[in-house]
Design a protein around this ligand. Structure first.
Ligand code: ADP
Ligand code: MG
Length: 240
């Protein structure tokens, strides 16, 4: 579903993605972990083409991600993204936040978009908040709305970049639970998170990044119990 071939990215002198090769199968859930500054966010942003790459190739469901133009808008709609900060439209209701994309980008009729939005809000457990404004919801509820909003575009893959790291501890699980459900339903997912519980429950594979490189990949069980590199051992020692 997602394939990166020899992807490199620099910010000036800084080599942030180094020869990244990554294949994510349809329905696979990949958790990306690694120290701050290792390139995890840049990797996500490159897959959604929010960031250009210097060389290499990224394909989504067999189609090469173009640099710009109509093809880019179409492929970008195939990739849903949920960030650390929820980025909901502050002056629009929860329902409007979710219907906006389908109506504006996909040309969906208002009634159909509403129906879709309500079913997605129900799926993440916030359908009873539909008429409220984002600021009236807790952080955990807002992040679940952000997930529903991304799903409303009917993406082929979902990217999550530290979706729970801005949340108060008691709200982390309600968001992770919604993500676990999504994973079990067969969504293809790339998830940057240090939440080991999520990785154990939902990940097919854990990827450990350091200094812009994929240093290790393994099943969660293998990775957490028997990391191979010193970098990974050191990192796990700090977060466990
Ligand atoms: P991570 O998400 O793993 O913490 P990032 O992908 O955000 O890492 O960043 C990787 C490196 O690239 C860091 O050193 C960061 O400071 C740098 N970086 C990220 N975005 C930019 C940018 N727009 N311009 C310059 N440097 C950047
Ligand atoms: Mg990051």
């Amino acid at each position: 579903m997602v394939r990166l071939k020899n992807v490199n990215k620099h910010f000036g002198e800084l080599h942030v993605l180094r020869d990244i090769d990554l294949d994510v199968a349809r329905g696979e859930v990949v958790v990306v972990i690694g120290p701050s500054g290792s390139g995890k966010s840049t990797l996500c942003r490159a897959i959604n083409r929010l960031e250009t790459i210097d060389d290499g190739e990224i394909t989504i469901d067999g189609e090469v991600l173009p640099a710009e133009g109509k093809g880019l808008a179409k492929l970008r709609a195939d990739v849903g993204m949920v960030f650390q900060s929820f980025n909901l439209f502050a002056h629009k209701s929860i329902l409007e936040n979710v219907t906006l994309g389908p109506i504006k980008v996909k040309g969906m009729k208002s009634a159909a978009a509403k129906e879709l939005a309500m079913s997605l809000l129900e799926r993440v457990g916030v359908d009873n908040q539909a008429q409220k404004l984002p600021a009236q919801l807790s952080g955990g509820q807002q992040q679940r709305v952000a997930i529903a909003r991304a799903l409303a575009m009917q993406p082929k893959v979902m990217l999550f970049d530290e979706p729970t790291s801005a949340l108060d501890p008691e709200m982390i699980n309600e968001v992770l639970d919604a993500m676990v459900v999504l994973a079990k339903e067969g969504m293809t997912m790339i998830v940057v998170t240090h939440e080991m519980g999520f990785a154990r429950k939902a990940a097919d594979r854990v990827i450990f990044m350091a200094d812009g490189e994929i240093m290790e990949q393994a099943t969660p069980e293998e990775f957490f119990t028997n990391p191979q590199s010193d970098r990974a051992k050191d990192f796990l020692g700090k977060i466990l």
